[in-house]
Design a protein. Structure first.
Ligand code: HEC
Length: 118
């Protein structure tokens, strides 16, 4: 290894966990959520024609900004009913660990480019 590579190593190692996180939350979203919430998270998934309640547009900064991270965590883990929303939003608590759900919350914040309260 030359000196430049050695110098870059600590930086790469420091970045790796956060890159891995971003990637797996995005993978999970694309595996489990897009059939309803859409490829771009805009609520236009392939299922929506037959759904009586339409999935949330996750790119809607106004709607998503009105929710705290805790509420988003809860609705992913326990399903729509847990926050008085439709049962058509399934609970994912047996699919994901709490850490994976926290990562999904962070991923949703990148889709809406918003945080709670604005
Ligand atoms: C079977 C369809 C379906 C799938 C799959 C699905 N959702 Fe949903 N989701 C919905 C529907 C419908 C709503 C809206 C419920 C309502 O407005 O009453 C919703 C609402 C939500 C909300 C609440 C937004 C808000 O504040 O109103 C979040 C967050 C969410 N979904 C995240 C996810 C995530 C993350 C996944 C993947 C792990 C996922 N959903 C998979 C149907 C789905």
């Amino acid at each position: 290894m030359n000196n430049k590579v050695v110098a870059a190593l600590p930086l790469l190692l420091a970045l790796a966990p956060s890159l891995a996180m971003a990637e797996s939350a995005s993978d999970n979203y694309h595996t489990y959520c897009i059939q309803c919430h859409g490829m771009r998270g805009d609520g236009m998934g392939v299922n929506i024609r037959d759904m009586s309640v339409q999935p949330r547009d996750h790119t809607d900064a106004k709607a998503m900004g009105g929710r705290s991270d805790d509420e988003i965590f809860k609705v992913i883990k326990e399903g729509g009913l847990s926050i008085s929303k439709s049962v058509l939003m399934p609970p994912w608590g047996s699919t994901f660990t709490d850490n994976e759900i926290h990562d999904l919350v962070k991923y949703l914040r990148t889709l809406c480019k918003c945080k709670h309260g604005g």
